[in-house]
Design a protein around this ligand. Structure first.
Ligand SMILES: C[S@@+](CC[C@H](N)C(=O)[O-])C[C@H]1O[C@@H](n2cnc3c(N)ncnc32)[C@H](O)[C@@H]1O
Length: 167
């Protein structure tokens, strides 16, 4: 187990019995998602995965934290289903056996370039990718990161909307 994985496991084990609410920026833009399947990358304890499952999407959540994946308990409690997958997203080829998705959601997680490329390969044609994170305490900005990601893939990607709020 890596130190980072241990840190996240400890963090989730200290969390209380209720989930944080989904981020408002996803709730307000969920209409942009295509009907069908969603891969929630670095889903944590599943506040977005569960929110989208409740809305009728077939959701798979992937994260390296076993404690984060307690989302299975929340899902069972609510009577909704979310597939979960415990994997290290920094490893090469980690998404290839998951099949294709209509939507990929990445919230508060900065993927490695090779993981981003894999996401491009498993996103269905006309699929939708929703990415959001905060730049606080990071050395590079979201724009720089997005710029690098968009230039590393050999497939055209369209940036539909970019929101940036600086406090
Ligand atoms: C800031 S949390 C975001 C969780 C969730 N997306 C949300 O917005 O509530 C970052 C998540 O990334 C996961 N994570 C960090 N590095 C990872 C890695 N290399 N592989 C898989 N998951 C990772 C952590 O376990 C944690 O759940």
């Amino acid at each position: 187990m890596t130190l980072e994985q241990k840190r996240w496991n400890e963090k989730y084990s200290r969390r209380g019995p209720t989930l944080f609410p989904p981020e408002d920026f996803l709730v307000r833009r969920q209409h942009l998602l295509r009907a069908g399947t969603v891969l929630d990358v670095a889903c944590g304890d599943g506040r977005h995965a569960l929110y989208l499952a409740r809305k009728g999407f077939a959701v798979t959540g992937i994260d390296f934290s076993a404690n984060g994946l307690r989302l299975e308990l929340f899902a069972a409690h609510e009577g909704v289903h979310v597939n979960t997958c415990q994997r290290d997203l920094d490893a090469e080829g980690i998404l290839t056996d998951l099949g294709a998705f209509d939507n990929i959601v990445v919230i508060h997680f900065k993927p490695q370039l090779h993981t981003f490329e894999e996401m491009c390969r498993i996103l269905r044609p006309n699929g939708f990718r929703f990415m959001a994170r905060t730049a606080a305490s990071r050395t590079d900005s979201n724009v720089d990161h997005l710029h690098r990601l968009f230039h590393c893939v050999g497939r055209p990607l369209r940036l539909l909307r970019y929101n940036c709020s600086v406090r």
